[in-house]
Design a protein around this ligand. Structure first.
Ligand SMILES: NC(=O)c1ccc[n+]([C@@H]2O[C@H](COP(=O)([O-])OP(=O)(O)OC[C@H]3O[C@@H](n4cnc5c(N)ncnc54)[C@H](O)[C@@H]3O)[C@@H](O)[C@H]2O)c1
Length: 337
Protein backbone atom coordinates (compact mmCIF):
# COMPACT_ATOMS: atom_id res chain seq x y z
CA UNK A 1 0.00 0.00 0.00
CA UNK A 2 2.86 2.44 0.87
CA UNK A 3 5.90 2.81 -1.37
CA UNK A 4 9.26 1.70 -0.01
CA UNK A 5 10.65 5.23 -0.21
CA UNK A 6 7.69 6.60 1.78
CA UNK A 7 8.23 4.00 4.50
CA UNK A 8 11.97 4.77 4.55
CA UNK A 9 11.24 8.48 4.85
CA UNK A 10 8.80 7.87 7.70
CA UNK A 11 11.36 5.70 9.54
CA UNK A 12 13.99 8.40 9.06
CA UNK A 13 11.69 11.07 10.48
CA UNK A 14 10.97 8.94 13.56
CA UNK A 15 14.70 8.25 13.98
CA UNK A 16 15.56 11.96 13.71
CA UNK A 17 12.83 12.78 16.18
CA UNK A 18 14.21 10.24 18.68
CA UNK A 19 17.70 11.65 18.26
CA UNK A 20 16.31 15.13 18.75
CA UNK A 21 14.36 14.16 21.84
CA UNK A 22 17.45 12.54 23.37
CA UNK A 23 19.67 15.50 22.59
CA UNK A 24 17.37 18.00 24.26
CA UNK A 25 15.66 18.16 27.64
CA UNK A 26 11.88 18.17 27.76
CA UNK A 27 10.81 21.14 29.85
CA UNK A 28 7.71 22.19 31.79
CA UNK A 29 7.34 25.81 32.94
CA UNK A 30 4.77 26.60 35.65
CA UNK A 31 3.39 30.13 36.00
CA UNK A 32 4.66 30.63 32.48
CA UNK A 33 2.37 33.45 31.30
CA UNK A 34 4.09 36.07 33.47
CA UNK A 35 6.93 38.52 32.99
CA UNK A 36 9.66 35.85 32.96
CA UNK A 37 7.84 32.80 31.61
CA UNK A 38 6.89 34.18 28.19
CA UNK A 39 10.42 35.22 27.10
CA UNK A 40 11.90 32.15 28.78
CA UNK A 41 9.66 29.77 26.81
CA UNK A 42 10.57 31.58 23.59
CA UNK A 43 14.30 31.18 24.26
CA UNK A 44 14.08 27.55 25.40
CA UNK A 45 12.07 26.67 22.29
CA UNK A 46 14.75 28.26 20.09
CA UNK A 47 17.44 26.27 21.89
CA UNK A 48 15.77 22.89 22.40
CA UNK A 49 12.90 22.74 19.92
CA UNK A 50 9.32 23.98 20.13
CA UNK A 51 7.99 20.48 20.81
CA UNK A 52 10.22 20.09 23.90
CA UNK A 53 8.81 23.00 25.91
CA UNK A 54 5.39 22.97 27.59
CA UNK A 55 4.17 26.27 29.00
CA UNK A 56 1.58 26.12 31.79
CA UNK A 57 -0.35 28.63 33.90
CA UNK A 58 -3.87 29.24 35.20
CA UNK A 59 -4.64 32.23 32.98
CA UNK A 60 -6.09 32.32 29.49
CA UNK A 61 -3.13 32.68 27.12
CA UNK A 62 -3.03 35.19 24.28
CA UNK A 63 -3.46 33.95 20.70
CA UNK A 64 0.18 34.81 20.06
CA UNK A 65 1.32 32.66 22.98
CA UNK A 66 -0.78 29.75 21.71
CA UNK A 67 0.85 30.05 18.29
CA UNK A 68 4.31 29.81 19.85
CA UNK A 69 3.89 26.25 21.19
CA UNK A 70 2.10 23.92 23.60
CA UNK A 71 0.16 25.60 26.40
CA UNK A 72 -1.59 23.67 29.19
CA UNK A 73 -3.70 24.76 32.15
CA UNK A 74 -2.01 23.71 35.40
CA UNK A 75 -2.70 25.02 38.89
CA UNK A 76 0.37 24.26 41.03
CA UNK A 77 -1.87 23.91 44.06
CA UNK A 78 -3.42 20.87 42.38
CA UNK A 79 -0.62 18.33 42.41
CA UNK A 80 -2.42 15.93 40.03
CA UNK A 81 -2.61 18.50 37.24
CA UNK A 82 1.13 19.11 37.28
CA UNK A 83 1.82 15.40 37.75
CA UNK A 84 -0.21 14.53 34.67
CA UNK A 85 1.76 17.04 32.59
CA UNK A 86 5.09 15.71 33.87
CA UNK A 87 4.19 12.12 33.07
CA UNK A 88 2.47 12.64 29.73
CA UNK A 89 5.26 14.85 28.42
CA UNK A 90 8.21 12.91 29.89
CA UNK A 91 9.53 16.06 31.50
CA UNK A 92 13.24 16.30 32.39
CA UNK A 93 13.46 19.92 33.56
CA UNK A 94 10.84 21.55 35.74
CA UNK A 95 10.98 25.36 35.86
CA UNK A 96 8.72 26.61 38.63
CA UNK A 97 7.87 30.29 38.18
CA UNK A 98 4.40 30.51 39.78
CA UNK A 99 4.46 32.90 42.71
CA UNK A 100 2.77 35.94 44.19
CA UNK A 101 5.38 38.73 44.16
CA UNK A 102 6.38 41.04 47.02
CA UNK A 103 3.89 43.91 46.85
CA UNK A 104 0.84 41.78 45.90
CA UNK A 105 1.87 39.13 48.44
CA UNK A 106 1.62 41.66 51.28
CA UNK A 107 -1.93 42.47 50.15
CA UNK A 108 -3.03 38.80 50.28
CA UNK A 109 -0.87 36.90 52.76
CA UNK A 110 -3.05 33.72 52.90
CA UNK A 111 -2.91 33.35 49.11
CA UNK A 112 0.83 34.05 49.06
CA UNK A 113 1.32 31.32 51.68
CA UNK A 114 -0.78 28.87 49.69
CA UNK A 115 0.79 29.56 46.32
CA UNK A 116 4.40 30.27 47.30
CA UNK A 117 4.73 27.68 50.07
CA UNK A 118 2.20 24.88 49.43
CA UNK A 119 2.61 25.19 45.64
CA UNK A 120 6.38 24.84 46.07
CA UNK A 121 5.94 21.74 48.28
CA UNK A 122 3.94 20.12 45.48
CA UNK A 123 6.63 20.94 42.92
CA UNK A 124 9.48 19.68 45.10
CA UNK A 125 7.70 16.38 45.70
CA UNK A 126 7.05 15.92 41.99
CA UNK A 127 10.69 16.75 41.10
CA UNK A 128 11.78 14.11 43.61
CA UNK A 129 9.33 11.48 42.39
CA UNK A 130 10.05 11.96 38.68
CA UNK A 131 13.76 12.82 39.01
CA UNK A 132 13.46 16.17 37.27
CA UNK A 133 16.12 18.88 37.30
CA UNK A 134 14.32 21.66 39.17
CA UNK A 135 14.74 25.43 38.85
CA UNK A 136 13.05 27.79 41.32
CA UNK A 137 13.95 31.48 41.20
CA UNK A 138 14.56 33.31 44.45
CA UNK A 139 15.01 37.04 44.90
CA UNK A 140 16.80 39.95 46.55
CA UNK A 141 13.64 39.91 48.71
CA UNK A 142 14.96 36.78 50.45
CA UNK A 143 17.17 39.13 52.50
CA UNK A 144 16.05 41.47 55.28
CA UNK A 145 17.08 44.49 57.35
CA UNK A 146 19.67 42.49 59.31
CA UNK A 147 21.44 41.31 56.12
CA UNK A 148 24.47 43.28 54.92
CA UNK A 149 23.01 45.48 52.19
CA UNK A 150 26.00 46.76 50.25
CA UNK A 151 27.19 44.34 49.13
CA UNK A 152 24.95 41.35 49.99
CA UNK A 153 26.86 38.06 49.70
CA UNK A 154 25.42 34.60 48.92
CA UNK A 155 25.74 33.48 52.52
CA UNK A 156 24.66 35.82 55.30
CA UNK A 157 21.79 36.29 57.72
CA UNK A 158 18.38 36.13 55.96
CA UNK A 159 15.47 37.47 57.96
CA UNK A 160 13.07 38.92 55.36
CA UNK A 161 10.04 40.91 56.55
CA UNK A 162 7.67 40.09 53.65
CA UNK A 163 5.71 36.87 53.14
CA UNK A 164 7.26 36.79 49.65
CA UNK A 165 10.77 36.82 51.12
CA UNK A 166 9.90 34.27 53.81
CA UNK A 167 8.43 31.92 51.19
CA UNK A 168 11.53 32.27 49.00
CA UNK A 169 13.94 31.49 51.88
CA UNK A 170 11.70 28.49 52.55
CA UNK A 171 12.03 27.39 48.89
CA UNK A 172 15.83 27.86 48.93
CA UNK A 173 16.26 25.83 52.12
CA UNK A 174 13.81 23.08 51.21
CA UNK A 175 15.30 22.77 47.71
CA UNK A 176 18.77 22.42 49.17
CA UNK A 177 17.46 19.92 51.72
CA UNK A 178 15.88 17.83 48.92
CA UNK A 179 19.22 17.96 47.08
CA UNK A 180 21.21 16.69 50.07
CA UNK A 181 18.57 14.24 51.33
CA UNK A 182 17.12 12.82 48.09
CA UNK A 183 19.54 13.94 45.37
CA UNK A 184 17.02 16.26 43.70
CA UNK A 185 18.98 18.33 41.15
CA UNK A 186 17.75 21.65 42.58
CA UNK A 187 19.10 24.88 41.09
CA UNK A 188 18.16 28.35 42.28
CA UNK A 189 19.10 31.91 41.35
CA UNK A 190 18.32 34.97 43.42
CA UNK A 191 17.19 37.59 40.92
CA UNK A 192 17.19 41.35 41.34
CA UNK A 193 14.39 43.45 39.81
CA UNK A 194 13.91 42.27 36.24
CA UNK A 195 13.28 44.93 33.58
CA UNK A 196 11.45 44.00 30.39
CA UNK A 197 9.72 45.91 27.61
CA UNK A 198 7.33 43.37 26.08
CA UNK A 199 5.98 41.66 29.22
CA UNK A 200 4.28 43.33 32.16
CA UNK A 201 5.63 43.18 35.73
CA UNK A 202 3.67 41.04 38.23
CA UNK A 203 3.45 43.36 41.26
CA UNK A 204 6.94 43.57 42.73
CA UNK A 205 8.68 46.40 44.59
CA UNK A 206 11.04 47.09 41.66
CA UNK A 207 8.20 47.61 39.13
CA UNK A 208 8.78 51.40 39.16
CA UNK A 209 11.81 50.85 36.93
CA UNK A 210 9.44 49.58 34.19
CA UNK A 211 6.46 51.90 34.77
CA UNK A 212 8.75 54.95 34.55
CA UNK A 213 9.46 54.28 30.84
CA UNK A 214 5.77 53.93 29.95
CA UNK A 215 4.95 57.18 31.76
CA UNK A 216 7.97 58.97 30.24
CA UNK A 217 6.52 58.27 26.79
CA UNK A 218 2.85 58.74 27.71
CA UNK A 219 2.97 61.75 30.02
CA UNK A 220 6.58 62.97 30.11
CA UNK A 221 6.46 62.65 33.90
CA UNK A 222 6.32 59.94 36.58
CA UNK A 223 5.32 59.88 40.26
CA UNK A 224 7.61 57.33 41.90
CA UNK A 225 6.46 55.29 44.93
CA UNK A 226 10.07 55.00 46.19
CA UNK A 227 12.38 57.78 47.40
CA UNK A 228 14.86 59.09 44.85
CA UNK A 229 17.90 57.64 46.65
CA UNK A 230 16.57 54.05 47.00
CA UNK A 231 19.29 51.86 45.51
CA UNK A 232 18.24 48.40 44.29
CA UNK A 233 19.90 45.74 42.12
CA UNK A 234 18.36 45.29 38.65
CA UNK A 235 18.79 43.23 35.47
CA UNK A 236 17.68 43.39 31.84
CA UNK A 237 15.34 40.50 30.89
CA UNK A 238 17.68 38.96 28.27
CA UNK A 239 20.42 38.60 30.88
CA UNK A 240 17.91 37.04 33.27
CA UNK A 241 16.80 34.48 30.66
CA UNK A 242 20.44 33.72 29.81
CA UNK A 243 21.22 33.13 33.49
CA UNK A 244 18.46 30.50 33.68
CA UNK A 245 19.80 28.74 30.57
CA UNK A 246 23.36 28.89 31.96
CA UNK A 247 22.50 27.50 35.39
CA UNK A 248 20.30 24.74 33.91
CA UNK A 249 23.01 23.71 31.44
CA UNK A 250 25.89 23.96 33.94
CA UNK A 251 27.51 20.59 34.62
CA UNK A 252 27.10 19.40 38.21
CA UNK A 253 30.85 19.68 38.77
CA UNK A 254 30.69 23.49 38.29
CA UNK A 255 28.02 24.03 40.93
CA UNK A 256 29.64 24.51 44.31
CA UNK A 257 26.35 25.62 45.86
CA UNK A 258 22.70 25.25 44.85
CA UNK A 259 21.56 28.86 45.34
CA UNK A 260 23.42 31.79 43.77
CA UNK A 261 23.01 35.57 43.72
CA UNK A 262 23.01 37.01 40.19
CA UNK A 263 23.06 40.70 39.38
CA UNK A 264 23.91 43.09 36.59
CA UNK A 265 23.63 46.68 37.90
CA UNK A 266 22.30 48.75 40.82
CA UNK A 267 20.67 52.15 40.53
CA UNK A 268 18.38 54.62 42.30
CA UNK A 269 15.30 56.35 40.81
CA UNK A 270 17.40 59.56 40.65
CA UNK A 271 20.10 57.81 38.62
CA UNK A 272 17.54 56.16 36.34
CA UNK A 273 15.93 59.58 35.78
CA UNK A 274 19.29 61.04 34.68
CA UNK A 275 19.78 58.16 32.24
CA UNK A 276 16.24 58.66 30.86
CA UNK A 277 16.81 62.41 30.49
CA UNK A 278 19.64 61.68 28.02
CA UNK A 279 16.82 60.51 25.68
CA UNK A 280 13.97 62.66 27.00
CA UNK A 281 15.50 65.89 28.39
CA UNK A 282 12.09 67.23 29.50
CA UNK A 283 11.18 64.14 31.53
CA UNK A 284 10.21 65.01 35.11
CA UNK A 285 10.05 62.80 38.21
CA UNK A 286 8.33 63.41 41.55
CA UNK A 287 8.29 61.23 44.65
CA UNK A 288 5.48 59.94 46.82
CA UNK A 289 6.76 56.92 48.77
CA UNK A 290 4.11 54.33 49.77
CA UNK A 291 4.16 50.97 51.59
CA UNK A 292 6.70 49.60 49.10
CA UNK A 293 9.37 51.98 50.47
CA UNK A 294 9.58 49.94 53.68
CA UNK A 295 10.08 46.76 51.66
CA UNK A 296 12.80 48.34 49.50
CA UNK A 297 14.57 49.70 52.59
CA UNK A 298 15.04 46.14 53.87
CA UNK A 299 16.47 44.78 50.61
CA UNK A 300 20.03 44.61 49.26
CA UNK A 301 21.37 47.75 47.57
CA UNK A 302 24.17 45.96 45.76
CA UNK A 303 24.21 42.23 45.15
CA UNK A 304 27.50 40.32 45.37
CA UNK A 305 27.38 37.65 42.66
CA UNK A 306 31.09 36.80 42.38
CA UNK A 307 30.46 33.10 43.08
CA UNK A 308 28.16 32.80 40.05
CA UNK A 309 30.76 34.64 37.93
CA UNK A 310 33.55 32.34 39.14
CA UNK A 311 31.81 28.96 39.27
CA UNK A 312 29.75 28.90 36.07
CA UNK A 313 30.95 32.07 34.33
CA UNK A 314 27.88 34.26 34.83
CA UNK A 315 28.44 37.32 32.68
CA UNK A 316 25.61 39.83 32.22
CA UNK A 317 25.77 41.99 29.11
CA UNK A 318 23.47 44.98 29.68
CA UNK A 319 24.24 47.99 31.92
CA UNK A 320 22.03 50.97 32.85
CA UNK A 321 22.54 52.89 29.58
CA UNK A 322 22.00 49.70 27.55
CA UNK A 323 18.79 49.03 29.45
CA UNK A 324 17.40 52.54 28.87
CA UNK A 325 18.26 52.37 25.17
CA UNK A 326 16.56 48.95 24.77
CA UNK A 327 13.41 50.04 26.63
CA UNK A 328 12.88 53.14 24.50
CA UNK A 329 13.74 51.34 21.26
CA UNK A 330 11.18 48.62 21.94
CA UNK A 331 8.38 50.80 23.34
CA UNK A 332 8.66 53.41 20.60
CA UNK A 333 8.81 50.82 17.82
CA UNK A 334 5.78 48.92 19.11
CA UNK A 335 3.93 51.97 20.44
CA UNK A 336 3.50 49.81 23.52
CA UNK A 337 3.01 52.43 26.26
N1 LIG B 1 10.03 39.73 37.90
C1 LIG B 1 10.99 39.96 38.78
O1 LIG B 1 11.52 41.07 38.87
C2 LIG B 1 11.48 38.83 39.65
C3 LIG B 1 12.57 39.06 40.50
C4 LIG B 1 13.00 38.04 41.33
C5 LIG B 1 12.39 36.80 41.28
N2 LIG B 1 11.33 36.59 40.44
C6 LIG B 1 10.67 35.29 40.48
O2 LIG B 1 10.49 34.79 39.16
C7 LIG B 1 9.25 34.06 39.11
C8 LIG B 1 8.41 34.59 37.97
O3 LIG B 1 8.18 35.96 38.20
P1 LIG B 1 7.32 36.84 37.20
O4 LIG B 1 7.83 38.22 37.34
O5 LIG B 1 7.24 36.18 35.88
O6 LIG B 1 5.92 36.77 37.94
P2 LIG B 1 4.45 37.08 37.32
O7 LIG B 1 3.61 37.53 38.45
O8 LIG B 1 4.57 37.94 36.13
O9 LIG B 1 4.00 35.62 36.85
C9 LIG B 1 3.64 34.61 37.77
C10 LIG B 1 2.65 33.70 37.08
O10 LIG B 1 2.18 32.73 38.03
C11 LIG B 1 0.86 32.41 37.68
N3 LIG B 1 0.11 31.77 38.77
C12 LIG B 1 -0.57 32.37 39.78
N4 LIG B 1 -1.19 31.43 40.53
C13 LIG B 1 -0.88 30.22 39.97
C14 LIG B 1 -1.24 28.89 40.29
N5 LIG B 1 -2.04 28.60 41.32
N6 LIG B 1 -0.77 27.89 39.50
C15 LIG B 1 0.02 28.17 38.43
N7 LIG B 1 0.39 29.42 38.09
C16 LIG B 1 -0.06 30.43 38.86
C17 LIG B 1 0.25 33.76 37.30
O11 LIG B 1 -0.92 33.60 36.52
C18 LIG B 1 1.40 34.44 36.56
O12 LIG B 1 1.27 34.28 35.17
C19 LIG B 1 8.60 34.19 40.47
O13 LIG B 1 8.85 33.03 41.22
C20 LIG B 1 9.30 35.37 41.09
O14 LIG B 1 9.37 35.26 42.48
C21 LIG B 1 10.87 37.59 39.62
Amino acid sequence: MFSKSLIRQFALTIHRRQLHDKAHPRILITGGCGQLGVPLAKRLRQLYGTENVVLSDIVRPSDELLRQGTYRYADVMDVKQVQELLVNNQIDWLIHLSALLSAVGERDVPLAMKLNIEGTHNILELARKYKCRLFIPSTIGAFGPESPRNPTPDFCIQRPRTIYGVSKVHAELLGEYFFHRYGVDFRCLRFPGIISADTKPGGGTTDYAIEIFHEALKAGAYKCYLRGNTRLPMMWIDDCIQSIVDIMEAPDSKLKQRTYNVSAMSFTPDELTKAIQKYKPNFKISYQPDDRQKIADSWPEVFDDHNAREHWKWNPKVDLDGLVQRMFEYLEKHKNF
